[in-house]
Structures are given as structure tokens and as C-alpha cells.
Design a protein around this ligand. Structure first.
Ligand code: UD1
Ligand code: UDP
Length: 371
């Protein structure tokens, strides 16, 4: 049985890595990996960490390219690879442009698709954009849906997806996280070793979402600046996404501020261990909302909605929006109210026990053998 895994960006690579490993270990499966390289440096960091050598690398990234560039280059490259390899199953992950192109190209080649991290929905096709539509299209094409939670399964059932094609597995990000975090971890980056995690309140910030580009991101950065100014005990670390638009704005607003460290994107291992050491997280990322509950870290979400309501229900994630005053108030509440902070810190991870990848491989084998 030949299974082709397709991915292209940092979060897809992190979440597919443990699954690729599990596929490679299975003697009845021939695993083929094709990366679009929608991301380049941020993808390579993950491939190196997990020792994954793709069989195909479409190398499509060019700076500041549009979604149309990404999708058209992916279609042509993936079509060639699928026609050559003729896999029995294509696996895609999540909701990026690579994901959607992978699913559609497989469909046009009449190859069945398994969707990893299926069933997340915000019910607003413009937020997150274009991810909500990407995952809906992928879900319509897929014949196997690996849903992290019961809530994700319910979303798919509401859309008429057949129950026997949906499998609740937890999220593979927990598998990856378990592999790289350890309480004795020492950073290779000097700056990260000099920070006093015990006596300072260290905030970890990430921000990259397309719908936050422009005014919302300006509001967020101005809010961040004020929070750090007002709270002497706070030290803030922002590993900036490689998108030049984001870096320019971050440098302009936060570049000269005391106790704010703008740094390069971190490899997954130091980043996960930084989550483990920090006080709280401010982010618009999807994956970090899933990782932080596992490590007992409160997350404030710099968005107006989330497709991860389990984390909000579990109490570890709070959606605070993108207005400057809301950002300041949401974070100050956690910095100044110990009870509120501890309530969030002790919430329980709803995303599984770190065995999602093994479960997925078992399900794939059973399903394919029964066909
Ligand atoms: C993409 C996904 C988004 C996902 C995010 C994870 C789409 C449309 N967006 O958004 O769903 O949440 O990845 O990070 O699929 N760049 C580099 N080196 C890199 C990566 C990016 O220089 O390794 C720069 C390039 O100039 C690139 C730009 O960042 O053009 C934006 O990358 P792109 O993949 O288009 O969008 P993201 O915002 O990263
Ligand atoms: N991450 C990383 N280094 C960083 C920032 C994030 O390894 O400097 C990891 C993070 O732990 C998570 C993933 O990248 O697993 C999230 O990626 P991103 O925020 O780019 O995308 P999203 O999850 O929003 O799709």
C-alpha cells in the first residue's frame, strides 16, 4: 500500500512529522513524502529536526507570493508527482493552500484522500481566511476524516459526512510535542538562557494571520508595547514569522522597546520548550492553542473567533480580539489576577494523549484492507 503525505508549511510539517514516522515504521506501507515548500526555511527547520527527507520537493516558495501563485504552482507540481507515483492514498493536513491543492489534485487523479486534523470550523469563510474554505473543500473531497475531538466530528456530521468515515484520534501535534519537550532543556540561543523565567513574567508572542494584516496587527503591537511598558516584571519574546510585512511592522512599533525581544523564528524544539518555560502566551496561531494546554500555559488569542472551542471550554484559551484596549485589558487581567491566572493554568488538554499518529496508521490499514 502506497501512502503519499503532502504538506508545505511549518505547522503542517510539525503535525505530519509523527505520522510520517509512524508510516515509515510500518512494513506493510510504502511511505512517500511530497512537500510543496510553500514555506522554505520554516519548513526545513522541521524536516531537519524530525529527520524527514522528502521524496519530492516542489520548492514553490517565492517571497511575498499570492495565494493564486501558491495554488497554481502546487497544482502543476502535485499533478506530475501523483501521475508518476500513483499512490493508493493521499494524506493532507489541516487548512493551508497546500492542503487544499493536495486534496483537489488527488481528486482529479481519482486518488482517495485522508484528511488529518479534520472538522475544525469557525463558520465564517473569511476568518480565518482562506483556511476555513480550504478545510471545507478538503473535507468534501476526503473519504477518511481524522478528527482531533468529538466537537470536530460533530461539525462534519452536520455537513452530511458519513459517520463511518470519521475517526476521533486526538491531534498529532501532541505526539510531536511529547517528543521535543523536557523540563531540563537548555537553549542553544544565548538570549533565551539569560532570561529569568522564575522571577520575570515572560510573555511569548506570535502573530501572522492574514486577516490580522494591517490595522488589527497595528492595534495588537501597540497594545503589546503598552502592556510591557506598564508592567516592570514583564519580558516579552516575539519569534517573528518570516513574512516581510509582519517583520516590518513589528520592527517599526516594537523594535526599540526595552524588555521586548524580536527574534528569528525558532526551531520547533526550542519553541516548544519556550512555551514550557514562559508565563503566558499571546498568539493568533492555531497550533499553539493546542500545544499550550498540554504544558499548562494560559493563551490569549489575538483573534475575534476560534475554531478550537474545546480549548476555550477547557478554560486554557481566551479569545480577546484585536482592539488595542481589549488586548491590554485581556492580558493585564491575567498578569494582575493570580486566581484568574491559576484557573487557566490548571485546565486540562482536550487534544489527546500523544498516540494520534499510531491510531491513524492503524485505521488507514484496516480501511484500505477492507476495500
Ligand atoms: C501560511 C498559510 C496559513 C498557515 C501559515 C502557518 C496559506 C494561504 N496560509 O500562511 O494557513 O497558518 O502558513 O505559518 O496557506 N516566508 C519565508 N520563509 C518561510 C516562510 C514564509 O520567507 O519559510 C515568507 C515569504 O515571503 C512568503 C511569506 O512569508 O511569501 C508568506 O508565506 P505564505 O505561505 O504565503 O503565508 P503564511 O502567512 O505563512
Ligand atoms: N512554532 C515554531 N517556531 C516559532 C513559532 C511557532 O516552531 O518560532 C510552532 C508552534 O509550536 C506550532 C506551529 O509552529 O506548532 C504553529 O505555526 P504557525 O503559528 O505558523 O501556524 P498555525 O498554527 O497558525 O497554522
Amino acid at each position: 500500500m502506497k501512502v503519499m503525505s503532502i504538506f508545505g508549511t511549518r505547522p503542517e510539517a510539525i503535525k505530519m512529522a509523527p505520522l510520517v514516522k509512524a508510516l515509515e515504521e510500518d512494513t506493510e506501507i510504502q511511505s512517500v513524502v511530497c512537500v510543496t515548500a510553500q514555506h522554505r526555511e520554516m519548513l526545513d527547520m522541521v524536516l531537519e529536526l524530525f529527520h524527514i527527507q522528502p521524496d519530492y520537493d516542489l520548492n514553490i516558495m517565492s517571497h511575498g507570493q499570492s495565494i493564486i501563485d501558491i495554488i497554481s504552482k502546487s497544482f502543476y507540481g502535485l499533478d506530475d508527482v501523483m501521475k508518476k507515483e500513483k499512490p493508493d492514498l493521499v494524506l493532507v493536513h489541516g487548512d493551508t493552500t497546500t492542503t487544499c491543492a493536495g486534496a483537489q489534485t488527488a481528486f482529479l487523479n481519482k486518488i482517495p484522500v485522508g484528511h488529518v486534523e479534520a472538522g475544525l470550523r469557525s463558520y465564517n469563510i473569511y476568518s480565518p481566511f482562506p483556511e476555513e474554505m480550504n478545510r471545507k473543500i478538503t473535507g468534501t473531497i476526503a473519504s477518511m476524516h481524522f478528527a482531533p475531538t468529538q466537537g470536530n466530528k460533530n461539525n462534519l456530521l452536520k455537513e452530511g459526512i458519513k459517520e463511518d468515515s470519521i475517526f476521533i484520534t486526538g491531534n498529532t501535534v501532541i505526539d510531536a510535542l511529547h517528543e521535543v519537550t523536557n523540563n531540563e532543556y537548555v537553549f542553544k540561543e544565548d538570549l533565551l538562557n539569560t532570561i529569568d523565567y522564575n522571577n520575570k513574567k515572560v510573555i511569548l508572542l506570535t502573530c501572522h494571520r492574514r486577516e490580522n494584516w494591517g490595522q488589527p496587527m497595528e492595534n495588537i503591537f501597540n497594545g503589546v508595547k503598552e502592556i510591557v511598558k506598564e508592567n516592570e516584571a514583564v519580558e516579552l519574546i516575539f519569534p517573528m514569522h518570516m513574512n516581510p510585512k509582519i517583520r516590518a511592522l513589528a520592527n517599526e512599533i516594537l523594535g526599540k522597546e526595552e524588555r521586548i525581544h524580536l527574534i528569528e523564528p525558532l526551531d520547533y524544539e526550542p519553541f516548544a520548550n519556550l512555551i514550557n518555560k514562559c508565563h503566558l502566551i499571546m498568539t493568533d496561531s492555531g497550533g499553539i492553542q493546542e500545544e499550550a494546554p498540554s504544558l499548562g500555559k494560559p493563551v490569549v488569542v489575538l483573534r475575534t473567533e476560534t475554531e478550537r472551542p474545546e480549548a476555550v471550554e477547557a478554560g486554557t484559551v481566551k479569545v480577546i480580539g484585536v482592539e488595542k484596549s481589549d488586548v491590554i485589558q485581556g492580558v493585564n487581567q491575567l498578569l494582575n489576577n493570580e486566581n484568574e491566572y491559576l484557573k487557566m493554568k490548571h485546565a486540562i488538554n482536550p487534544y489527546g494523549d500523544g498516540t494520534a499518529s499510531k491510531q491513524i496508521v492503524k485505521i488507514i490499514k484496516a480501511k484500505m484492507q477492507s476495500n
